[in-house]
Ligand binder design. Structure first.
Ligand code: AGP
Length: 374
């Protein structure tokens, strides 16, 4: 395991920039080619004896904390689409607080970079007591969650040292997209989506390399935002998770208040915050929610919102309602993989904001890499 910073100043910076390689490692040996050299299927060795049971589950429940929860949220739509099994989400501590229902017919998927998070581990014990099939998705071979689950997948992202999780997040999403493909199997109705997703996965490291070229642009944006008190991030659909995760990165390391907002909830409260001073990132890359996000941009602009719009390459003019609006153009990928690309400019923004504000990037105050107590 490489644990030096190499040419980088901070682990977080290194871990952001090594994502093309960590994603490649996550996928290695798991996308299987057919005779014609066409990629046919996904092989997740740790799950192969359990796929039938997972397909027959009454529901799939994702359980995690922080960034790991956000990664599961990003993957939820593709799992719903390909598996046909209802997928629900649980923050581990909240499941325990409520003693929420977990059934024998459930598949409970525990997502944790460290594999040692106390709340997630206790939720695992609870799900085991209730008889669910328990699947672990971790980055740490031999961790408590890896050991105590019935089966699982290692994300193989390599050691993550920075307290802010970056490369583990993108590798978790990729593993869960592969999980969706594996559970979905080779049904005819899913064929086009499956092939597009597999092609998208193969090309993803290249797209991530491309989006990392926004580093200087994100540094320039951080300079503009350095003295702000707050930053809102609006997303929906696949990129609701991106809004939550981008905001978590900014608050966690840059120590700036930041909130990820489900854009569909805008008129139910958050719109009252909008004025000409508060910076707002709106994620409006091309997917099924694009036209709804265009309408959100118009409504925020009508309230003189200070907008930074993340859009697909070539869309800057189309999404910018006025000269004051800044655009961040990112490469377009398959909709279910777009959260992997879209989080990267926000990781870079959080990193540069932190350095410029003079805070500790790798060890933010009050936080630990692995939260092993409740
Ligand atoms: C991520 O940047 C945070 N440090 C935190 O939210 C973290 O993701 C959470 O504590 C869960 O950790 P785990 O993935 O190791 O279980």
């Amino acid at each position: 395991q490489q644990i030096n910073k190499g040419k980088y100043e901070h682990y977080m910076q290194k871990e952001i920039h090594e994502q093309p390689e960590s994603l490649t490692t996550t996928m290695r040996g798991r996308l299987i080619r057919g005779g014609s050299h066409k990629v046919k299927t996904v092989l997740l060795g740790g799950l192969k004896d359990h796929l039938k049971t997972i397909r027959r589950s009454r529901r799939i429940v994702f359980i995690g904390c922080g960034t790991s929860y956000n990664a599961a949220l990003a993957a939820r739509p593709i799992l719903e689409e390909l598996s046909g099994v209802p997928v629900t989400m649980e923050v581990a501590s909240d499941l325990l607080d409520r003693q929420g229902p977990i059934y024998r017919e459930d598949t409970a998927v525990f997502v944790s970079q460290s594999g040692e998070t106390a709340d997630t581990l206790l939720a695992l014990e609870y799900a085991l007591e209730n008889g669910a099939l328990c699947v672990g998705i971790t980055n740490t071979v031999g961790s408590a969650i890896a050991r105590h689950t019935h089966c699982g997948v290692h994300i193989n992202a390599g050691a993550e040292i920075g307290v802010a999780s970056t490369k583990a997040y993108t590798s978790q999403i990729v593993v869960m997209a592969m999980l969706a493909l594996a559970i979905g199997g080779d049904t005819i109705s899913n064929e086009a989506k499956r092939e597009a997703t597999i092609d998208g996965l193969i090309d993803l490291p290249n797209k991530v390399r491309e989006v990392l070229q926004l580093d200087q642009e994100m540094k320039d944006l951080a300079k503009l935002l350095i003295a702000e008190q707050s930053l809102l991030v609006f997303g929906r659909g696949y990129n609701y998770a991106t809004a939550l995760e981008g905001a978590l990165k900014v608050k966690e390391v840059a120590l700036m208040h930041s909130e990820g907002i489900l854009a569909g909830e805008m008129k139910h409260g958050p719109l009252a915050l909008v004025d000409e001073n508060l910076p707002i990132v709106v994620i409006a890359t091309r997917d099924a929610c694009f036209s709804k996000q265009q309408s959100v941009i118009q409504q925020l602009h009508a309230r003189k919102g200070r907008l930074i719009v993340m859009c697909s390459k070539g869309d800057a003019a189309a999404v910018s309602p006025g000269e004051s609006c800044r655009a961040i153009e990112v490469p377009q990928v398959e909709d279910c993989l777009q959260p992997v690309v879209n989080i990267i400019p926000l990781q870079l923004l959080a990193y540069h904001l932190t350095v410029l504000r003079g805070f500790n990037v790798d060890q933010p105050r009050n936080l630990a890499k692995s939260v092993t107590t409740q």
